[in-house]
Design a protein around this ligand. Sequence first.
Ligand SMILES: [Zn+2]
Ligand SMILES: [Zn+2]
Length: 86
Amino acid sequence: MNDADEPTAEGKRRYPETGGFFTEPREPIPCTCLETCEALCAGECQCLACGVLFAMFCGELGFYPRSKEELEQAIWRYRGESIDKH
Ligand SMILES: [Zn+2]
Ligand SMILES: [Zn+2]
């Protein structure tokens, strides 16, 4: 966890095309994920870039988790739909 303006090395791996930034909504947001993050981080590590990406995913579904349980479900769905299960 950090709140630097620079993406971490892991962030650069996750967003290689933009050098570690998530650039969709407005201003580029640095990904501050660590190697310990889930493959599809939902911003639990305080990474704003991944958090926004996750929020957009929820928004597209019209799903706005209000409780911790709903949030966990949303994250589960987020990962389940985008990661191949082994
Ligand atoms: Zn991230
Ligand atoms: Zn993360």
